[in-house]
Structures are given as C-alpha cells and as structure tokens.
Design a protein around this ligand. Sequence first.
Ligand SMILES: [Zn+2]
Length: 337
Amino acid sequence: MAKFSFEHAFELDTLKRLVAQHQDRFRHQSLVDLSYRGEPLAVTAIELGQQDKPCPTVLFVGGVHGVERIGAQVVLAFLSSLLNRLPWDTHLQALLKEIRLAFVPVVNPLGFLRGSRGNGNNVDLMRNAPIEASGKVTFMLGGQRLSPKLPWYRGSGEMEAETSALIQYVKGLQLESTSLLCLDAHSGFGLNDHIWFPYAHSDKPFEGMGYIYHLKRLFEAAYPHHGHYRLGPQSHFYRTHGDIWDYLVVNNTGTAPFIPLTLEMGSWAWLRKNPRQVLSFSGYFNPQKPHRHHRILRRHFILMQFLMDSAYGRVLEQVSPAQLGLLTHDAHRYWVK
Ligand SMILES: [Zn+2]
C-alpha cells in the first residue's frame, strides 16, 4: 500500500483561505489545538446565523477520516457557496436570522496531512468514543484494540483530543438548539450513497426514528428526483464500537430533537468508471476525474440545502407528540418491521 505524506492538504488550505476571506461574515474558533512537525494545527469550527437565543441548528461535519477527502470537500464546497451567496441572497440572510449553521469541515487535520484514516496516533476517531457495541461487531471494521498498525484502531481506552473536542462542541450545540440536525460526510465502499442514522453499536431502534421518517417523506415529496440515497440504521450495514454519534445520542439529556445523520458516499461507483484508481489507495475514497469531482460536489447540495430549509421551517419543532407517535409507528414498520 502506498504511503502518503502531505506537507499541505488542499482541504486545510481551502479552509484557511475561507477563514481569511470571509471572517467578518462568521464566527470561528479552534475546538482543539494540535501540532504537526512543530507547526500549530487547529480543528476549526465555523458558525453562521442566530446566536442570541435557542434556535434550530444544522451542523455539517467532514474529514473524520483522513483518507476520505471528498467528505471534507463536500462540506467546504457548500460552506463556500453559502458565503459567496450571503452578500446578495436575501432568502439566506432571512434564514440566518432564525437558525444557526455550524461547520466542522475537517475533524482530523492530522489524518489529512499524513494521508491516514486515523489521527496522529493512528486512532480511528469514529471508533474512539466511549461506547461499546452490544453483541457481535463486524470483525476488524467494527473497531479493534489489537494494534494501531491495523485499521479501525479504537485507541487504548482514552478519548483522543479530536474525538472529545467534537463531542464537547456538539453537546454545547445541543444546549443552545431547539433542534439539532447533523450531517457527517464520509466516503466508503459500495456503490450507493447511504445515509445512516443511529445506532451503530446496537440494533435497538433509535428513539428519533419518527423524526427521520418525517424528514424522509418531506424530502422525497419535495425532491422526487433525488432519491439516490439509501437511508437506514447504521447497524443494518455493520455494527461498530465507539461511534461518536451513538455516544452523543445515548448521553443526550436534553429534550430537543437531536438527529445525527452520516452520509457515506459510495466510492465504488467512481472506481467502476475509473479502474485506474485501484492503483492508488486514496483513489478508493476519492473521485479523481474533474467532471466526476464536480458532479459529486454538486450531488449533495440539495440534501444540505433541504436540511437548512427544514430547520428554518422548524419542521421538527412543529411535530406534536401525537404526530410523533404515528411517525414513530410508521418508522418502525419501515425499518424495524
Ligand atoms: Zn469515514
């Protein structure tokens, strides 16, 4: 397997450039300060919109896994589009008076610089939260403590700085939000674009399933030609230890709807069309031809805009307890049976 070492990562440079160009339009902070070869390195969070009162919030996350560069690129492309629209787009200006948008485009900057899935300690951040899977996990892929030299390493038991920084940040957002929708962008094996919701650690039904079913119906009715997503509980695909979103759901003490979604863009579709990519490790997870690249950056904008618009429309806040009961019933019939 080829080893990569990047002095620079395009995604980190893009993020820096966005911050430098547009910083008067948003608030930004470093969630944790890391370093690489003596140089300081931040995990940057950016927020736009309402900040004075509890409101609906949408959080876009990317770059949890250093080799899945397209996830960070999709989040950065969307953020950049919003920032460029902001001066003239009065719809967007009105929306941002009512909701908060948050972005953590690169959770694992060291992985991006090193060209590794894991962080600087080779820990897979999405296997690193303190939550154990119940029953059998998928062998290796589900998370392992055998060796940091093997993929899907969970770490020795401590939370990594990046993992705990993201968890603390999301907990803060939970407290300030009347609803919190998250989209965490990854790329992985398979042909299809998947959207997963909890749980990854167990096949017990996610309590927020009714809300997800509601969003699914609204999305399909509004965008009938964007039905390329396979939506389901992550444990239907594989079961893992240490999932950050599961941890946040299980430890959430608030009452506001908290809906974490994981977008896993199917990278085999790119491979099939461009078999040369097999030769490069990063090619497994990243589209390489420019037109294909544009298509993928474009492909998820509707979904991201939908999440924003549904937050602005307070569609989750408006669900009554009786409605939620019916939606949850339908969701069970659809996903659990
Ligand atoms: Zn991933």
